[in-house]
Design a protein. Structure first.
Lengths: 465, 489
């Protein structure tokens, strides 16, 4: 019985196998027939079409279909109005100003009279060492006279920018006078000088450099080797940028430390590396050099070698504002493109006439400069033996800068100095200033006490100090 | 917003294209000639690259005599303009000794304080004798006099804020205050037509800057919402603070800013408002207190108010007014306060006296008269110009009126023809305005009398016909004679 079943099964399997075989044979016959269909062997455009091309064609169609399907990106959902509302409600801004600390509360002393060599504070007469009044021109009669007549004639303001009827003839005269004095071809007047490095440069220069969107590279304060190495580096990096304008910006007498720049070396470096020099002579105009022409005279360098000279008139010339001189091309370019010149009102005419008078006075009286130099030396001698403090500025600079022999490098230094500065007017009737720094300043020089020496100080004043 | 008619746009583009082509041609020849003759200064990069001062050399120099005209008298209603001649086709101009007395339509002399004033000038001279023309030192070192403190109190009470801080120059005020108030991580949203000093201050601060369409509060709202929701670019951290900067009167358009809406929106989104009232302080508002008074905005809502003294007060300098804490903080940290020489004492005295006159504290009603007069003058002038068919911009009550010129050739034509007929106007072209939209800007002052204005109108109308800038149809003059005849009959 089992054998019968087995054979029956084997028979069915055989039958199925043979049926499958015959079906496969039929299919392959059909396939071969299909592939042997006349057109399949046709020669189209000289290309022999084989049947396999159908499969490839099909594959191609499938691939194209898949590619054309968009890939799955998570849907972009822009913030709904409600969400934006929530975010806006949640957002809390910082307060506009940080909280006021005690050190911010101190008020500067208030003067009750002109800021000359002697001034009145709180009813007391003190010797004033804080005004950069180097030639003692504050309160000078000629200056006052010319100012009053200018005030009577022109009123106070000039009511317009230089381009639109703000150019009063005194402006043009003043510019010409400055140019004649310095020996350059032209000059241009500003209302306040924020021109646009040495690490010790003051904030105005820093801001100007930053706004000009040029790359700024600082070199160590007044250190010529550092300057040289920086220049080397910069020139090597920018070999291809032959058209890049490169400037060295230095101050003649640094406001923050009282040092004098070694101009002859700077000129040598500049000519070697093809940079242009921008010299800020705020504190040296009218002071250095035998006739007050500034740093160039001091070092005996012809002024054409400096490309741009800027200076604030608020110091030696006892007026406000600033000017910039140089070759005519540079100055003309500034007239149209310097935003501080084009977009703001021009200098009040009485200040311009004061500047003219001041330069006249300076030219006529060179002994003012001698007196200033004498005063500087006397004061230095007197100050050099105060314990704990040392003089950190150049022997010839009119700003005497005292710093601690051992500074702790922290803000307690500043407090100590402020203490001194507060006590000194009360006890000895002398008025000095500490150097203040805005938090925006990148200067890293140590803080100290600054004394501005003036030609108006008499011997007794200096002794008191 | 100004919509420029198509034909005018076409002709303006064509003119500029022609000027540009000629300029390039001349540059090409210049290069040839220079190559012929060797130049000195080898090895130095030139101070100005070729195309940078192309505009200056080829376009501006042609019409240079329209700008920078020197005057030899105070910029009052009538002043003396010094004539200049040029021997080398306008490249350099030399002053002559001839002067011509012209009507001044260009100086910012809104209340007429420009020349010596009977109340102000004696006090100014006195203060100068007492304090000398300059203090030669910064405010913190030794430049603060009693005058400075008095001035700050005066300004604060005039503007309507608890405290104020004064600087020597208006431009510096903006450039030095914005970096102190906001730094990296903050956002400054400023009007698209803000003044260059604000732009410089904003750039110097290091904050991100976004611009909203001029005087469009709805766009301001959209920008605010978008940016608060997104946060800082790339990191998406929330912003540290947002300051919205607007001006009271825009000097090139003469428009008042839509202050109530802008303040409302800023309050809603907790942004701070910085208002620059350079042109509007002293000139608008019932008692001269500026755009806040005119539009009815409470001064406590505006966080920082800034202004200058050059325009309405006849002096120089700028101020910031705000809360006591704000001013205290600025005194401690603002570089312009710490490093720049303080404002000149006579200038300070002029401001104090001018404010006293405006408020009537000098015992006369000159201040109120001046304010009424400038309002009447501006409205009269503007309506007359519009009747004549000129395209005049600006809102009512604003003393600044630009007249559209568009075409670059009309700029010198208008300016020179007016000068020939003894009216001095100011024309403004490319860097200060968009390329196509050159204009002539008229600033009315309280010192102008009715006759002055009528003369000015006649001259401008005649020159306008000659130059062809009456873009709008003129309103027909009423046939008054006929009417009279009818009445008689």
């Amino acid at each position: 019985m089992v054998e019968a079943v087995n054979t029956y099964q084997i028979d069915t399997v055989n039958a199925m196998a043979s049926a499958v075989k015959s079906m496969a044979k039929a299919a392959s016959d059909w396939l071969t027939f299909a592939f042997d269909v006349p057109f399949a062997r046709a020669v189209v455009f000289g290309v022999h079409i084989g049947g396999h091309l159908f499969v490839e064609g099909l594959l191609l169609v499938v691939i194209l279909f898949l590619l054309s399907q968009k890939s799955y990106k998570p849907p972009k959902r822009p913030l709904t109005k409600k969400e934006i509302d929530e975010l806006c409600d949640e957002w809390v801004p910082e307060s506009l100003i940080p909280p006021i600390t005690k050190e911010m509360q101190c008020e500067p002393p208030v003067l009750e009279s002109a800021a000359g060599p002697h001034t009145i504070i709180d009813g007391k007469d003190v010797v004033n060492f804080t005004s950069a009044n180097y030639l003692g021109l504050i309160g000078h009669e000629k200056l006052l006279e010319s100012c009053s007549s200018a005030l009577e004639k022109y009123g106070v303001g000039s009511c317009g920018p230089r381009g639109f009827y703000g150019t009063i003839d005194v402006h043009v005269d003043c510019e010409a006078r400055i140019a004649k004095f310095l020996g350059t071809s032209d000059s241009i007047l500003y209302v306040i000088l924020l021109n646009f490095g040495d690490e010790g440069v003051h904030w105005g220069i820093q801001n100007g450099l930053y706004l000009s969107r040029s790359t700024i590279v600082y070199f160590k304060h007044n250190n010529m080797e550092s300057l040289q190495s920086t220049l080397e580096k910069v020139t090597q990096d920018n070999k291809r940028a032959k058209k890049l304008r490169r400037y060295i910006v230095v101050e003649a007498v640094y406001q923050n430390s009282g040092q004098i720049a070694p101009l002859d070396e700077i000129i040598r470096l500049k000519e070697k590396y093809f940079f242009r020099v921008l010299l800020d002579e705020s504190n040296s105009f009218g002071v250095l050099g035998s006739s007050g022409r500034g740093l160039t005279e001091h070092w005996g360098v012809p002024i054409e070698k400096i490309d741009i000279v800027t200076a604030a008139m608020g110091h030696a010339l006892a007026t406000e504002g600033g000017f910039c001189t140089g070759s005519a091309r540079v100055i003309d370019h500034q007239r149209l493109s310097s935003s501080g010149y084009v977009f703001s009102a021009s200098l009040p005419p009485y200040l311009a006439s004061a500047a003219i008078t001041a330069i006249d006075v300076l030219e006529e009286n060179p002994e003012l400069i001698k007196k200033l130099k004498q005063n500087i030396t006397t004061l230095r001698k007197g100050l050099s033996d105060i314990r704990g403090l040392e003089i950190a500025s150049d022997p010839q600079s009119p700003i005497i800068f005292l710093k601690l022999k051992q500074s702790t490098g922290s803000s307690s230094d500043l407090e100590l100095f402020e203490d001194i500065a507060e006590r000194v007017p009360k006890e000895d009737n002398v008025f000095v200033a500490t150097s203040k720094r805005s938090k925006l300043d990148k200067c890293t020089l140590p803080v100290g006490i600054r004394l501005f020496v003036s030609a108006g100080h008499t011997e007794s004043d200096l002794q008191k100090a | 917003m100004i919509t420029i008619p198509y034909l005018t746009a076409l002709t303006t583009y064509f003119s500029y294209g022609l000027l540009f082509a000629f300029g390039q041609l001349r540059d090409f020849f210049r290069k040839l000639i220079d190559w012929w003759q060797a130049s000195n200064l080898q090895g130095y990069a030139p101070i100005c690259l070729g195309l940078e001062d192309f505009y200056v050399r080829r376009l501006y120099l042609r019409i240079q005599d329209c700008f920078g005209r020197p005057i030899s008298s105070p910029p009052d209603a009538w002043f003396d303009v010094v004539e200049r001649v040029s021997n080398d086709n306008n490249k350099t101009l030399k002053r002559t000794t001839k002067i011509s007395r012209c009507l001044n339509l260009g100086s910012y002399n809104y209340l007429g304080f420009a020349a010596s004033d009977e109340y102000c000038t004696p006090r100014v001279v006195e203060s100068m004798k007492r304090f000398s023309p300059s203090t030669c030192s910064t405010r913190v070192d030794g430049g603060t006099t009693t005058l400075h403190n008095e001035l700050e109190d005066c300004v604060a009470s005039f503007v309507g804020k608890p405290a104020a801080l004064v600087f020597g120059m208006g431009y510096v005020t903006n450039s030095a205050i914005l970096p102190v108030l906001i730094g990296k991580g903050g956002l400054i949203i400023s009007d698209s037509l803000n003044h260059n000093s604000i732009v410089n201050g904003a750039r110097g601060s290091g904050a991100s800057i976004r611009v909203f369409q001029h005087n469009t509060p709805s766009h301001l709202e959209k920008v605010l919402r978008e940016h608060i929701a997104e946060g800082q670019p790339r990191t998406h951290r929330p912003w540290k603070k947002i300051i919205v900067v607007v001006e009271g009167i825009y000097s090139m358009e003469g428009e008042l800013c839509k202050l109530p809406e802008i303040v409302a929106i800023s309050k809603k989104y907790k942004a701070y408002v910085y208002l620059d009232e350079a042109h509007s302080i002293g000139a608008v508002g019932k008692s001269g207190r500026g755009v806040c008074e005119l539009l009815g905005v409470d001064t406590a809502d505006v966080d920082i108010m800034m202004g200058t003294f050059t325009k309405s007060f006849g002096s120089c300098g700028g101020y910031i007014a705000g809360s006591k804490d704000l001013i205290q903080y600025l005194k401690y940290s603002c570089p312009a306060h710490l490093y720049a020489t303080s404002i000149s004492p006579p200038a300070a005295q002029q401001i104090i006296s001018a404010i006293k006159v405006i408020l009537g504290e000098d015992g006369s009603s000159r201040g109120a008269q001046k304010l009424a007069r400038i309002r009447e003058n501006s409205n009269f002038f503007r309506s007359e110009l519009q009747k004549m068919g000129f395209e005049v911009l600006g809102d009512n009550d604003s003393p600044v009126m630009p007249i559209m010129l568009y075409n670059p050739a009309k700029i010198p034509a208008f300016s020179r023809e007016c000068l020939k007929q003894n009216v001095a106007v100011v024309t403004v072209a490319f860097p200060a305005t968009p390329l196509l939209l050159a204009r002539a800007r008229i600033c009315i002052s309280a010192a102008h009398s009715r006759e002055d204005m009528i003369k000015a109108l006649e001259v401008i109308s005649r020159v306008g016909d000659m130059v062809g800038i009456k873009y709008f149809p003129a309103e027909p003059k009423k046939e008054q004679l006929e009417e009279n005849r009818v009445k008689l009959e």
